[in-house]
Design a protein around this ligand. Sequence first.
Ligand SMILES: Nc1ncnc2c1ncn2[C@@H]1O[C@H](COP(=O)(O)OP(=O)(O)O)[C@@H](O)[C@H]1O
Ligand SMILES: [Mg+2]
Length: 258
Amino acid sequence: MNVPEGNTANAIIRTENLSKAFGENHVLRDVSVTIAEKSLFAVIGQSGTGKSVFFKTLIGMLKPDSGRVWFKNTELTSLKKKEITAFRQRFGYSFQNAALFDSMTVEENLSFPLIEVLGMKNRSKIKKQVTELLEWIELPGIELKWPDELSGGMRKRVGVARALILKPEVLFFDEPTTGLDPVLSETINNLVVRVNKELGITCVLITHDISAAFRITDRIAFLDQGYMIADGTPEELAKSEHPLVKDFIRIAIGGLTK
Ligand SMILES: Nc1ncnc2c1ncn2[C@@H]1O[C@H](COP(=O)(O)OP(=O)(O)O)[C@@H](O)[C@H]1O
Ligand SMILES: [Mg+2]
């Protein structure tokens, strides 16, 4: 096991000069970030700028061309495919279209990872975990509902619950509020905050909801054309002199008053 250089005492994920290209399209260029354990970290930037690709390299779904990814003291980029698969259980994901299985009830959807991944067999234990989690996401009693009987916001929360059921150490959210109205977006943002604060799970959030990112996160990384052009606390980013960051913040939230 290699130990990365630098102060990583508090880091749960760390990237070092991560680069990824698809042919001539250089999507990530030397991206180095440190995500602190139990923090709420956001990646922002324009559409098509490499945010989702960055996420996928963090979780081993995409292999970077160069650079490294560390999860605590393990270099994920040095693992074999099989080892990465085993590691992924420690991550949860809630992607934009994190589809529930339509042919399964909510209870079956949430039980599925417990049975398939953890191999749990005790029906009453499984049921208890599902019930408790539905209560926790404030949707008690919907065990027997089918996904298409739920509103978009409810489906999204059940999707988050399904990612939570395996008690991940990090939960990744890729654009969780895209396509939701402001009220529902707020519900989801609040859920992300609760996952982070109440469950102590590190949350990594991709969002183009800049105002939410500034309100709820501990640290923000700004990705532009593959470069991480700024990385700091919301307060630090708000004071950034980088023209693009300044412009982005001004346009997105019309002047930040924080
Ligand atoms: N599997 C892939 N093969 C080829 N190009 C890809 C692939 N995934 C993403 N890209 C390209 O990488 C760039 C960044 O995409 P993405 O990370 O999805 O952007 P976003 O910041 O909107 O999430 C885009 O130009 C996209 O077309
Ligand atoms: Mg994306």
